[in-house]
Write a protein that binds this ligand. Structure first.
Ligand SMILES: Cc1cc2nc3c(=O)[nH]c(=O)nc-3n(C[C@H](O)[C@H](O)[C@H](O)COP(=O)(O)OP(=O)(O)OC[C@H]3O[C@@H](n4cnc5c(N)ncnc54)[C@H](O)[C@@H]3O)c2cc1C
Length: 503
């Protein structure tokens, strides 16, 4: 097994630079990006009308037909349990019932709450999560590593409301980073960071509003703002901020400073032990502030990149392809990063907040920021992936293709091979959530690509919002979990027919 992300070379972080440089405008960056300057522009990389079929073997070497090989590291007991968990989590009425119970007053009754959390722990939690703490997660990490997979460690923290909870969360992030030292290089490919856990969400909303307004009115002065990369494009939705927001109060500015200090501590620790950080994306009401945090940190930690050598990024920011402005924003950030010689990686996902985004836009009388059809989301994902692969083949860029979608994975894998990107290149990684798409993870790994599982851990009640999102995602027969179920059933049938292969 090749090592994953072994070397973010030591960098001397400079102070955050105040934003007083003449940043190129987003539209000029886009014009440049979209112009036919080299074969990496999106326009030249539209996905083919017909994408390779899911299970055929091609130049990418991904074979999803041989279930014996795909599931060889999974015991029959675990396979049975996983099949049951995925069936249950994709059964619509069950998801509705679970959601209703979780949001009901039953959860306020201590006994009922304990019963519900215990039941969850022994079913969905044990399928989708690595354990309640780092010790428990270590066992899962070892199992994954033995099977040839790395892990992205995600301490299950959701939104923080005040500085005290942010400080507690910071402590957990630092502990997780320290803990990766106990393991072989590459076993932990990334530590996942949620900006919402280290900066109060109300402040992220305020900062997002101000950034949106500044995008509309360039004369707006934001004295607290550090140098960053573009976070909007001409197509970005601005409906969340209908009128000019008040400036940050001195107390809010102080809190923002504290949040940056927290992120700086996390970056310093991660840098010391050569573990890159993966910053999760959330909903559009706060995403501008999250992008701003990520890109400012990337700029701050780019000092060594100015020597002219290629650097591995410390920060990977997330782009959600279900957003109509995803491609434009990605291109703008990437182009500015190249121009400013800021190493930054991208995690590409489709996006997990579709219902709430649609609801919020409708409630504000605005057009949804999400693509009108799932096919448009698929196209956007594929185009963003191909854009980044082109960039990588041209010598700059790093991407984590975080998806369960077999077509997108195969398309990207074939493209990488055809561009001459080595399958084990540290610049290209695939990732799936723990407990989902085992066949795809192993298919990619068997073909020689680097693959990680996104591994949440933490107390059961803290992980509930994450589990609810997974249930929502798996709902219905057309979800990606349908292929998982089909392949697992096939393997279970094969083992039933030849009991000698049980283990
Ligand atoms: C490693 C990893 C990290 C992740 N991190 C994040 C994160 O930081 N932030 C985040 O938001 N999500 C994150 N996710 C979750 C991710 O967004 C979902 O797993 C993903 O949306 C499921 O899509 P898929 O690529 O697996 O493909 P599919 O299952 O093929 O696509 C389903 C997705 O398509 C989109 N979609 C569905 N219907 C429509 C429609 N009618 N119109 C438009 N679009 C539609 C939705 O995004 C839906 O989730 C992460 C996932 C992984 C694997």
């Amino acid at each position: 097994m090749t090592m994953v992300n072994g070397s973010i070379r030591s960098k001397v972080p400079g102070n955050l630079r105040r934003l007083n440089y003449a940043a190129p405008s987003v539209s000029s960056l886009l014009q440049e990006t979209m112009a036919p300057r080299k074969p990496s522009s999106f326009a030249k990389n539209r996905p083919p009308a017909s994408i390779p079929t899911a299970t055929t073997s091609a130049a990418d070497g991904i074979d999803l037909t041989d279930t014996k090989r795909l599931f060889e590291s999974i015991s029959t007991g675990k396979l049975l349990k996983s099949t049951a968990a995925i069936h249950a989590s994709s059964f619509g009425p069950m998801v509705d019932l679970g959601t209703a119970v979780m949001n009901s007053r039953l959860m306020e009754n201590p006994l009922a709450r304990k019963i519900i959390l215990d039941a969850t722990e022994h079913t969905f939690y044990s399928h989708f999560c690595a354990g309640k703490d780092l010790d428990a997660a270590a066992a899962t990490l070892s199992r994954l590593w033995d099977a040839g997979l790395s892990a992205m460690m995600d301490y299950g923290l959701e939104h923080a409301d005040d500085n005290h909870s942010c400080d507690l969360n910071l402590h957990e992030f630092l502990r997780t980073i320290e803990w990766t030292k106990l393991h072989q290089p590459g076993q932990v490919s990334f530590v996942v960071v949620k900006i919402t856990a280290i900066c109060p969400v109300s402040l992220l909303k305020r900062v997002s509003d101000l950034l949106r307004w500044e995008n509309k009115d360039k004369s707006l002065n934001l004295p607290w703002k550090f140098e960053s990369l573009p976070i909007f494009s001409d197509s970005s939705p601005l409906y969340h901020t209908p009128k000019k927001p008040e400036s940050l109060t001195p107390e809010e500015e102080k809190d923002l400073g504290l949040a940056f200090e927290r992120l700086t501590k996390i970056c310093d620790h991660a840098l010391q032990i050569n573990t890159p950080l993966l910053i999760d994306a959330e909903d559009t009401s706060i995403q501008p502030a999250i992008d701003y945090f990520s890109y400012s940190a990337a700029v701050k930690y780019s000092a060594a990149a100015c020597t002219g050598e290629k650097e591995d990024p410390l920060i990977f920011n997330t782009i959600q392809a279900y957003l109509k402005d995803a491609k434009d924003r990605l291109a703008a950030a990437k182009k500015a990063a190249d121009r400013m010689r800021v190493p930054v990686g991208f995690k590409l996902v489709r996006g997990a907040y579709m219902s709430s985004e649609n609801r919020l836009a409708a409630s504000l009388g605005a057009e949804t920021p999400i693509h009108d059809t799932i096919q448009k989301t698929h196209d956007c994902y594929n185009e963003c992936a191909l854009f980044l692969l082109d960039e990588i083949s041209g010598g700059g860029g790093s991407v984590v293709l975080a998806t369960h979608n077999i077509e997108s994975s195969k398309l990207a894998a074939s493209k990488a091979v055809s561009l001459g990107i080595k399958k084990d290149s540290p610049c290209l990684q695939f990732a799936q959530l723990y407990g989902m798409s085992e066949a795809l993870s192993f298919g990619l790994k068997n073909a020689g690509f680097r693959v990680s599982k996104y591994l949440p851990f933490g107390p059961v009640d803290q992980i509930m919002p994450y589990l609810m999102r997974r249930a929502e995602e798996n709902r219905g027969m057309l979800s990606t979990s349908a292929t998982d179920k089909m392949l697992m059933r096939k393997e279970l049938m094969r083992r039933l027919r030849s009991p000698a292969s049980w283990f």
